[in-house]
Design a protein around this ligand. Structure first.
Ligand code: IPM
Ligand code: MG
Length: 357
């Protein structure tokens, strides 16, 4: 049976980086005889321009039937004026919620070749390998009620709701405990239980779950402290589990520890392990179309896709090894450039990965 990979280039640098990742995936498809077929659809601003909505029915249908999805990025200043429901980001959020992709894995791994690209001291980050498990379909991103309302005194008030049900907490908790079991067996749950009731419940459920995973050492940290600890001593962390918004913020911070957010892939899975894979960075409209974006996060997202949704470990490893090879060769896009290295365009980086394969 053929397996379909749905490519969603999206906006900004999305099409450029997806283009390089597609070449890499097509190559391993041939060499490893994976039997993959590829399809493409519109999402985000590109879909708004072509079809008037950020997540057309056709795209959602294709996504539902795909074995896995690889997404570039969404958003850009030309769509910033639109009302919330029609913004490009709703395309991404709609995919996450419609496919119930509640478990978001964001690894922050330091490539030794890039230690000097980080703003932190080498001894603080050398050997860094953290996995952030972010809840992706609940919390303040999705809870109701939300909106902007007019109060009795005529003043407008913007408001959102931060809610989690026990079952939502439990299912992301299990995913995180299981991830910790596969790694160094340390799980840090990040909350704001000194202020927010929703995270008091979060902490309670995590403690309950801990009894089922006696081999995993569970700790708790307030989010403000976690933000500080991530730059002070990031290697104390193994797996971090947190809610949607805290995870959004902490994963950008963790990404930067590694030198460039342009290196980091992510996976978003549902209960059936169907997944959407995307680079952690955004659409970077300021450099879109210039051919300078780093395609490695997207290429590495393709590797995660092969591993988690398509069970093609060998092909995944081949891609990851090829990325190591091009870094060893000293090839760098602008975001990870340093003195003694060779500057590469988006396409040159993609071609180098192909050659290394
Ligand atoms: C991310 C992004 C998205 C998010 C945006 C584009 C909606 O920042 O994937 O981290 O906030 O989840
Ligand atoms: Mg983010």
């Amino acid at each position: 049976m053929s397996k379909t990979v749905l490519l969603l280039p999206g906006d900004g640098i999305g099409p450029e980086i997806i283009n390089e990742a597609e070449k890499v995936l097509r190559r391993v498809n041939e060499t490893f005889n994976l039997g993959l077929t590829f399809d493409t659809a519109l999402v985000g601003g590109a879909a708004i321009d072509a079809a008037g909505v950020p997540l057309p029915d056709e795209t959602l249908n294709k996504a539902r039937h795909a074995s896995a999805i690889l997404l570039g990025a969404v958003g850009g200043p030309q769509w910033d004026g639109l009302e919330m429901a029609r913004r490009p980001e709703k395309g991404l959020l709609g995919l996450r919620s419609n496919l119930e992709l509640f478990a978001n894995f964001r690894p922050a791994i330091l490539y030794p070749q890039l230690a000097s690209a980080s703003s932190l001291k080498p001894e603080v980050i050398s050997g860094l390998d953290i996995m952030i498990v972010r809840e992706l379909t609940g919390g303040i991103y999705f809870s109701e009620p939300r909106g902007v309302r007019e109060l009795d005194n005529g003043e407008r008030q913007g408001y959102n709701t931060y809610a989690y049900t026990e079952s939502e907490i439990r299912r992301i908790g299990r995913v995180a405990f299981e991830a910790a079991q596969q790694r160094n067996k340390k799980l840090c749950s990040v909350d704001k239980a000194n202020v927010l009731e929703v995270t008091v419940l979060w902490r309670e459920i995590m403690n309950e779950l801990a009894r089922e995973y006696p081999d995993v050492e569970l700790s708790h940290m307030y989010v403000d402290n976690a933000a500080m600890q991530l730059v002070r001593a990031p290697k104390q962390f193994d797996v971090i589990v947190t809610g949607n918004m805290f995870g959004d913020i902490l994963s950008d911070e963790a990404a930067m520890l590694t030198g460039s957010i342009g290196m980091l892939p992510s996976a978003s899975l549902n209960a059936n392990k169907q997944g959407m894979y995307e680079p952690c960075h955004g659409s970077a409209p300021d450099i879109a179309g210039q051919g300078v974006a780093n395609p490695l996060a997207t290429i590495l997202s393709g590797a995660m896709m092969l591993r988690y949704s398509l069970q093609e470990e060998e092909a995944a490893r081949a891609i990851e090894a090829a990325v190591h090879t091009v870094l060893d060769q000293g090839l760098r896009t602008a975001d990870i450039m340093s003195d003694d290295c060779t500057r590469a365009t988006t396409r040159e980086m993609g071609e180098a990965v192909l050659a290394a394969l």
